[in-house]
Design a protein around this ligand. Sequence first.
Ligand code: SF4
Ligand code: SF4
Ligand code: SF4
Length: 177
Amino acid sequence: MRYAMVIDTKKCVGCSDCVVACQTENKVPIGYARDWVVEVTDGTYPHLQMEIRSERCNQCGNAPCVRCCPTGSSHYSAGGIVLVRPRRCIGCGACITSCPYDARFPHPRGYVDKCTFCDHRIKEGNRPACVEVCPTKCMYFGNLDDPASEVSKLLRQRRYKTLIPEAGTKPHLYFLT
Ligand code: SF4
Ligand code: SF4
Ligand code: SF4
C-alpha cells in the first residue's frame, strides 16, 4: 500500500474550498494551514501560462523531517503517510527547518502539525476532506501500488510533475500539467 494524491492543475480554480474543509475537519488553529493554494506564472511574455495548485505535505518517501526528528515523533505510518506523534514531539522545530516544502507549522499546543492525508478518514474508508469537497473534482486519492486505482491510471495517462524533485525527497503529491 502506498497512498498518493494526484491533483489536476488544469481543473483547479483556486477557490480554496480545500483549505476551508481541512481547517474544519482537522480543527486547524486560526492563522495556520495544513494546505494552501498557490498561483504560479510560467514562461516569458507573451507566452505566459498560469498554474493554480492546491499544496500540502508531500508525504515524502525519503522524508528529511523523519530523518532529523530526535524523538521519533515524526514517523512513517501505514501506506507511507508521514505523521507526528504529538506526545513525543518536543517542539524543537528541526522538522520544520528540514522540510523543503514548508509544510509544517508549530501548533499552539506545543507540537508540530501538518497534513496527515486525513488518516482518520482513510481508516473509515472515506477520502481526505479536501478531496471530498473540491467542487471541480480536481483532486484524487488512492493506492499507487494498485495499478487499477484512479491515481495509478492518471499517472499512466497524463503528464505530471512533482515539486522540487531535486531535493530527493520522493514526493507522493503529483500535479497533472
Ligand atoms: Fe516531511 Fe515536508 Fe516531506 Fe511532508 S513535505 S513528508 S513535512 S519533508
Ligand atoms: Fe520531532 Fe517535534 Fe522536533 Fe519536529 S519538533 S523534529 S516532530 S521532536
Ligand atoms: Fe488537510 Fe486532510 Fe487534505 Fe491533508 S488530506 S490537506 S489533512 S484535508
